[in-house]
Ligand binder design. Structure first.
Ligand SMILES: *[C@@H]1O[C@H](CO)[C@@H](O)[C@H](O)[C@H]1NC(C)=O
Length: 146
């Protein structure tokens, strides 16, 4: 299945599904939301991954109502990330693409305790291929987003 235009996709990292779909008619599209949540390039400077996560999670509004339990930031430009659905990825099934090259990531996980702000995160960096799950219809996202 050939997909055109902005990736109507979910990004799958490890077993975590990250929404990247377009949903028109909203103030923030799914695609924009995906970039807000998952793309930080050039990487924001911080002394270590823990402090990076504790800076970026609130800054990207991922701790507004509750602490998002886990989130991955990709340190590559939005166009490069989106391209995984095109030339930058290999179609594995009709449902997902794997990136051809590894990406630099920071993975943030809530460090236990409070589920409400102020949130305390652990962070670790990783370089690995990412997987973009394509969705033919945004409604399908609801059932698959972790
Ligand atoms: C976070 O939310 C505030 C208030 O709604 C908004 O002004 C700001 O632009 C948001 N930040 C991001 C990165 O979307």
């Amino acid at each position: 299945m050939a997909l055109k235009g902005p990736c109507p996709a979910l990004l799958l990292l490890l077993l975590v599904l990250l929404p990247a779909c377009l949903a028109l008619g909203r103030r923030e599209t799914r695609h924009e939301k995906f970039h807000r949540q998952h793309v930080d390039f050039p990487k924001t400077s911080a002394p270590d991954a823990r402090r990076y996560c504790n800076l970026l999670m609130p800054r990207r509004n991922l701790t507004t109502d509750a602490c998002k339990p886990t989130n991955t930031f990709i340190h590559a430009g939005p166009a490069e990330v989106d391209d995984v659905c095109h030339a930058g990825g290999t179609l594995r099934t009709e449902n997902y693409y794997d990136s051809k090259v590894p990406f630099e990531l920071t993975i943030c996980r809530l460090a236990g305790g409070a589920q409400r702000p102020p949130c305390n995160y652990r962070g670790r960096t990783s370089t690995q291929q990412i997987r973009v799950l394509t969705l033919p219809h945004p409604l399908h996202a609801a059932g698959t987003v972790a």
